[in-house]
Design a protein around this ligand. Sequence first.
Ligand code: CO
Length: 298
Amino acid sequence: MQKFITSLVLAVLVMIPAMSQAHDKHEDRPAMLVVSFGTSMPEARKAIDSLVEAVRSEFPGVPVRLAFTSNIIRRKLQKEQGESVPTPSQALAQLNDEGYTHVTVIPTHMIPGEEYDEVCDVAWAFGGIDGKFGFEGISVCSPFLDGVKGCETVADILMKRFSERLKDKETGIILMGHGTPEHFANAQYLQLQLALNQKAYGRFFIGTVESAPTIDDVMAELKRHPEIKKLVLSPLMIVAGDHANNDLAGEDEPDSWINTLRKNGWKDVTTYLVGLGEDKNIASELVRKVHKLIDEDD
Ligand code: CO
C-alpha cells in the first residue's frame, strides 16, 4: 500500500508539468507588420524599405512583413513590376494562417488621420476575432505626429536634418505635408509648426498639398519674414514620391510650389527631395515607439 501511494504521488508529480503543457498548447509567436501608404517609384521606395530594415535589425528572429494601404499602388506594382504587396488585412490573415499569435502593427504615417484610422480599424477587427482565426494579442503603434510630445520629437529631428542649411540666416525651410481636409488630425501640422517656431522661429514654414495651411498661407507667412531670401523645399512625408516630385518640385507643373514661389518673387528656391523614411533619426524614433508599445503590453 505504502509503495502504491508513493508511486501514485510520483505519477501525479510527473503529470503536473505535462498537464500544464497540454493546457498551454503553444508558445507565443510574435510577428510585426509595417504598414505604409506605398509607392510605385523605385527611387522613393528606399524610404519604406529602410524603415522595415530598421525594425528587422532591432528585432532579429521576429518576422517583419510589409503591407500597403493604397490599392492603386498595389495594383500598379503587380502589373508593372510583378511585385505583390498585401493589404493590411491580407497580411494579418496570412500571419494568422502561419500560426503567429501576437502582432505589432507599425503604421509609418505622419498624422493620426483617415489612413491611420483605417489601419486601426483592420487591426481592431482582427483583435475582435476569438478562436483560431484571430490573434491572442494585436497592438498598433502611434503615428509620428501623435500629440505635443510626438511633434516636439519630430521638430528635433527636423532641426538636425536641416542643421547645415539653418546656419545661413537667409534660408527658410518649406515643408510639404500631405494634409487631410476632413479630419481633425490635420491640426497636428500646426502643432509641429509651434514646436519648430519654439526651436527656430521664422525658419520653418509648413504647408500641405491637400488641406491647410496652403501654399498661399505659406507665402503670406514668408512675407512676414523678409529676411528669408533663399528657400529649400522638402517633403514632410515618409516617402518623396508623386507629391514631392510633381506638386512640390515639378518644373513642368505650372501650379507646383516651386513654380508658384518663383512667380511670386522668390527666385532662390532649391529642393531636398528625400523622404523622411530615409532619415536615420526617423527610423530610430520608429523603433523606439515599437519598443515602448511592446513594453506597455507586457
Ligand atoms: Co496624396
